[in-house]
Ligand binder design. Structure first.
Ligand code: GDP
Length: 296
């Protein structure tokens, strides 16, 4: 699971601090240097680490901590608060707007887990009493439509498809009309992923966005790709103004750099995490719980 090694290293740092009783400025600065190394080793974005360390150091050197009877505890509390704030402070709910159907556009690179995430989200919404529909707009990857159909049938959610010969923008548009006339209240659009971000991919997504006016544009990124995931998030956000991120494969990510950097770099929240291959392996992202887990 994510953060194993970061968690272990931070615990070491805090153990040392606890052993000292009263803390000097040097103690805190030494500890912060070790925290910095641990975060960089966890593949957290360099600038994010720098800002984080500055913020924690400034607070930790404050009078309240230095004169406290339990200074190490205070420092841990500050680290906890800053980690939580780094990841977005509060949990970000899905925004389904107020039109029917609500439209969720799913975007991401090939292999990120986008199609799986479409099924996971549909499953989740169904459990919440919604009547979702999946839309197959990936007409590029062979078997993408079939895969979405399999995912749809596994969670018992209908899949709207017009085959792979129709323009995805037209498919997206038609799917909204279909949803309206069939009492579907949430439309989840699976768009094409490419191996790399390219203009053609972005153009297509921008055009789909224009015709469906989505309530959410969720970018699916693979946590295991670390800072690449963060760069992908920045690029998609610049072009599409995404509303949030689904961070997949957190179960296989031992470092956690993407989870810790994405919000700070893009200003867009992680809304859900993927924690396995099963269609039930999805959880809302809680920054405070994640911070507590990191601190052990
Ligand atoms: P797409 O190309 O972006 O649509 O990606 P897929 O949905 O086909 O997923 C690619 C691979 O990642 C598949 O083998 C999925 O089972 C796997 N996968 C997706 N999400 C997760 C996750 O949260 N954890 C793990 N371990 N595997 C995942």
């Amino acid at each position: 699971m994510a953060f194993e090694s970061l968690s272990g290293k931070l615990q070491e740092v805090f153990k040392k601090l606890r052993g000292k009783g009263k803390l000097s400025e040097k103690d805190i600065k030494d500890a912060m240097r070790e925290v910095k190394v641990a975060l960089l080793e966890a593949d957290v974005n360099f600038k994010v680490v720098k800002d984080f360390i500055n913020a924690v150091t400034e607070k930790a050197l404050g009078q309240e901590v230095m004169e406290s009877l339990t200074p190490a505890q205070q420092v841990i509390k500050i680290v906890n608060e800053e980690l939580t704030s780094l990841m977005g402070s509060t949990q970000s709910w899905l925004n389904l707007g107020n039109k029917i159907p609500a439209v969720i556009m799913m975007v991401g690179l090939q292999g990120s887990g986008k199609t799986t995430a479409c099924g996971k989200l549909a499953n989740l919404l169904k459990k919440q009493g919604k009547n979702p529909m999946l839309v197959a707009c990936d007409v590029i990857r062979p078997a993408a439509i079939k895969q979405l159909q399999v995912v749809g049938s596994n969670v018992n959610v209908p899949v709207f498809t017009m085959g792979d010969k129709t323009n995805p923008v037209d498919i997206a548009k038609a799917s909204i009309d279909y949803a309206k006339s069939h009492n579907m209240d949430v439309v989840i659009i699976d768009t094409a992923g490419r191996l790399h971000i390219d203009d053609e991919l972005m153009e297509e997504l921008i055009n789909i966005k224009k015709v469906v006016n989505p309530d959410e544009i969720l970018l699916v990124v693979d946590a295991m790709t670390g800072q690449d995931a963060v760069n992908v998030a920045s690029s998609f956000n610049e072009r599409l103004d995404i509303t949030g991120v689904i961070l997949t494969k957190l179960d296989g990510d031992t470092r956690g750099g993407a989870a810790l950097s994405i919000k700070a770099v893009t200003q867009k929240p992680i809304k859900y995490i993927g924690t396995g291959e099963k269609l039930s392996d999805i959880e809302p992202f809680y920054p405070d719980r994640m911070a507590s887990r990191i601190l052990g």
